[in-house]
Design a protein around this ligand. Sequence first.
Ligand code: PLP
Length: 432
Amino acid sequence: MKDDHEQDHGQVPEQDPVRDPEAGASAPVVSRRSQQIQAAAPFRMLFEFLRRRAAAEAEADDQGRGEHDLLDFTFGDPHELAMPAYVEALRSAAVPRDEQWFAYMQSEQAAQDAAAASLERVVPLGWTGDDLRMTTGGFGAITVAMKAVADPGDEVVYTLPPWFLYEILAVEAGLVPVKVPALQPGFDLDLDAIAAAITPRTRVVVVNTPNNPSGRVYPPAQLTALAAILEEASARNGRRIWIVSDEPYNRIVFDGKPFHSPTQFYRHTLLCYSYGKTLLAPGQRVGYLAVPPGLPEADTLMGAIDSLQVAGGWLFPNAVMQYAVPDLERLSIDIDALQSKRDRLVGALREMGYDVASPEGTFYLWPRSPVPDDEAFVASLARRGVLVMPGTLFETPGWFRICLTATPASIEAAIPHFRAAINEAKRADPPS
Ligand SMILES: Cc1ncc(COP(=O)(O)O)c(C=O)c1O
């Protein structure tokens, strides 16, 4: 018989848990929660993908090419040395000015003030430093946001294809993921499906704009309509539904188009930001969680956030990163150069016959796989030394993701391989 915990979440690990032989046959070595996290499909697929990527690197090594000859379009990682001004900001912040420089540090006011002033230029709502807390990147902000408003057993709704780690953050918080496929073509929010997915247990709707992986920036009309749905459902449920707005790419928008944050349409929104994208330095964990100015519940929420950051294991960025924030706020990767890479690759792929939209923001292209089996297609590119991510990893088979943080030279080198791979697919399955 299932115990309460398993009944609540319906997420029993598929594999038998490892037992502790000394404590007796029925005693699992690790907690149920950790088993549930490991059993989550996106997590398993991510590790399988990393295993395959490592194998491709090893094979390239065996063939004498070396892993650096692989053309890697997988993660939003840097492929060139960091900006000198970025390095200088960290170097300067690392020099102690007093004996307390490296003392325990929660969220630092100077960092909050600089972050708020900068956020105000992107999302003009009158933010001050007191409206936000510095976190360990977007991950830290999302997990604290979810836990601040949702209790175990509550449901969290998000759109597919998602950033592939929402599920484990939800499961780790004891929440139940409810997934709603995006509308096609275009990957807009499916508002009717979101409305239909809301139940009395719904507590959070995650919105990610600009969207990873589709590159879509949701327009005001969609965010207005979503807000109306959530107001109505909150009133019906007698309990507020919160938006967790995951917007680490809110400064990576192309063609001079405007960005609109869900906070501008629905004030019960918790805004999550990461510096990892704008600065292309995701290993240096810094971001923030912001609560819209003037929200009546703000003080209560800030108290919850402060305590969850401590209880979650001191989820504050380290002191050096926080001292650097005012300088870091002045920096960005070259968005025009990123846009040029987008244009070059989208143009080339379309000319070869790929079905690919031009992303409005983010680092990513999201083409349709020329064959229904996206994993087989991704494997065919890997055999040619080009690494991309299958749509299956984003619970959306039939598509794949290309990351544009690769260098222009890598893009040029990969173009013939993208051509060869689609030509091979066309030969195997000629149009009727
Ligand atoms: C949509 C989205 N949300 C959150 C994150 C997490 O960002 P970070 O690793 O900087 O915390 C990422 C990183 O890829 C992302 O793409």
